[in-house]
Design a binder for this molecule. Structure first.
Ligand code: SF4
Length: 436
């Protein structure tokens, strides 16, 4: 198989990896569930057979078409092909949001889709019958470098199936990064995966080369991981590398890294594949973001994959994934604690309500927040006010009182969303009842 054929094959399998997606915070396309919905009930137009909620279905291009596509993409000085985005997409390039909001074209791919492990949810699991592809480190570095020079991809997210053990696989990922950085002088964005069981010095080397490193915990704790991936060891194989990475950032000088700064850390959890509740997921998320300083935790709503032990398990409702993202940002950026979350007796977040709004309805409806006097933490609790909006309000207060919703709108905050929960100069602002 040629290089571009391999890239296309690998791109078809990357839909289960939401890390770096620019649209993870966008609500699902399906209507929000009403309070009557069962927790697992899929919304209209949502079925287990769909490839993934972001619609990254295999494109069906033949390798010959891909050759033509890459030639168009890589022609020096040539006009970009009119359907450039579609061609890039077929090779595994999607848009990723960087810290600060910049969007880049990111090649998300694997060094190999061969894997000796047998995780129950995974399309790459050993013995599953599908066509696999493998790159050597210098081959991957060369094809990405070519795409980068042509403008087809600005950054690389590189993962791998486990072949020959986690340590050897990690070595090949690091080799690829070394070749890219040294031989090809690539200075753009690189997200490198850590393999289960990676050693301390490998974690250190990956961190010296990459802008971001991650290892997928997949489940919130040992018991749940056993139901998803019985041969992975939660503490030693998965959590330990993240703890090392945190320790390295905390104790070692960043001058040994390529850019003089340590990379960010992220992880990913499968949602709905192991009978876990949201309390378990968010407990682990709070630990990771607050104690280990992970930049974020990605959530991947479970989708059954044919020919896996979990193929008959229903797909998870994408609204659950969305509510978990909302809650995780409240924990990370808004000063919320786990006990503030509106958990049901079953430890689940209601699917029909934004968790911040649910908290405010219970806690602020009778005791609204005076916008002209409240401290930052109290303002952050108000729906419609985020960290940036609160900063703008605090700055505006130095110049005078905020007296009505027009003053807030002029500052660019979501005044109507905040209105039921605030006072402006001692008075509740007039607002229309929202039907949410
Ligand atoms: S180790 Fe990774 S690639 Fe291999 S089966 Fe498990 S999740 Fe899939």
């Amino acid at each position: 198989m040629d290089t571009l054929g391999k890239l296309e094959l690998l791109s078809q399998q990357m839909a289960l990896e939401p890390a770096e997606d620019a649209d993870t915070l966008r609500p699902p396309a399906t209507p929000a569930p009403t309070p009557d919905h069962a927790l697992r009930e899929p919304g209209p137009g949502y079925s287990a057979a769909e490839p993934g909620r972001h619609g990254r279905a295999p494109c069906g291009h033949s390798p010959a078409e891909l050759h033509a596509a890459m030639q168009a993409v890589t022609q020096d000085g040539g006009d970009p092909a009119p359907d450039l985005d579609r061609k890039r997409h077929s090779l595994g390039v999607s848009y990723a949001a960087m810290p600060g909001g910049k969007r880049i074209a990111l090649l998300k791919t694997l060094l190999t889709s061969a894997c000796e492990r047998d995780c129950y949810y995974c399309p790459f699991r050993a013995r599953r019958n599908f066509r696999r592809a493998t790159f050597k480190p210098d081959e991957m570095a060369a094809v990405f470098s070519q795409m980068n020079r042509s403008g087809a991809a600005e950054g690389l997210f590189l993962s791998s199936g486990v072949a020959g053990g986690g340590v050897r696989t990690q070595d090949r990922l690091i080799d690829t990064a070394e070749i890219l950085r040294r031989r090809h002088q690539f200075r753009g964005y690189l997200h490198l995966k850590l393999m289960p069981g990676a050693e301390h010095d490998q974690v250190l080397r990956a961190m010296q080369l990459a802008d971001r490193v991650s290892i997928n915990l997949e489940a919130p704790n040992t018991d749940r991981l056993r139901r998803l991936a019985p041969h992975k060891v939660f503490l030693e194989e998965l959590l330990q590398p993240l703890q090392w990475a945190h320790e390295i950032r905390r104790t070692q000088p960043a001058r040994t890294t390529l850019f003089g700064r340590w990379p960010s850390l992220v992880t990913q959890l499968v949602v709905g594949g192991a009978g876990e509740d949201d309390l378990e997921i968010l407990s682990t998320t709070a630990h990771l973001t607050q104690q280990l300083r992970l930049a974020r935790v990605y959530f991947s709503a479970f989708h059954p994959v044919p020919e896996t032990p979990l193929e008959d398990l229903p797909a998870e409702n994408p609204w659950r994934e969305h509510r978990l993202y909302q809650a995780s940002f409240l924990l990370r950026d808004y000063g919320f604690e786990l006990e503030d979350m509106p958990f049901t007796p079953q430890g689940r977040l209601p699917l029909d309500a934004d968790p911040k709004l649910a908290w405010a309805r219970t806690n602020l409806s009778e005791t609204p927040v005076e916008v002209n006097r409240a401290e930052r933490p109290a303002l952050l609790r108000v729906p419609g006010l985020g960290p940036k909006g609160v900063d703008v309000i605090l700055a505006a207060r130095r110049h005078g009182k905020l007296r009505d919703l027009r003053d807030l709108r002029a500052l660019g905050v979501l005044a109507d969303r905040a209105a039921p929960f605030i006072l402006l100069d001692g008075r509740r602002p007039a607002h229309q009842l929202a039907l949410f």
